[in-house]
Design a protein around this ligand. Structure first.
Ligand code: SF4
Ligand code: SF4
Length: 62
């Protein structure tokens, strides 16, 4: 299990992470990225972390 957290104060709503997530659990809600899918489906690949230009995402193994 992984805990995916988006820092709303940093997210610019670019959508990069949403497009890249292989588990498709990230989506834009308004102008901010949110974990909209089932968090337990996160693969821990950290593509979102790597791609995010705002360094807004953290992925923590639980
Ligand atoms: S770590 Fe990978 S699977 Fe998990 S939210 Fe980020 S891109 Fe999606
Ligand atoms: S890649 Fe970063 S800045 Fe862009 S939508 Fe995702 S969390 Fe927000």
């Amino acid at each position: 299990m992984y805990l995916v957290t988006v820092d709303d104060s940093k997210c610019t709503g670019c959508g990069e992470c949403c497009e890249a997530c292989p588990a498709q659990i990230l989506a834009l809600e308004g102008e901010l990225c949110e974990v909209t899918g089932d968090p337990s489906e996160c693969l821990g690949c950290e593509s979102c972390v790597t791609l995010c230009p705002a360094e807004a995402i953290t992925v923590q193994e639980l």
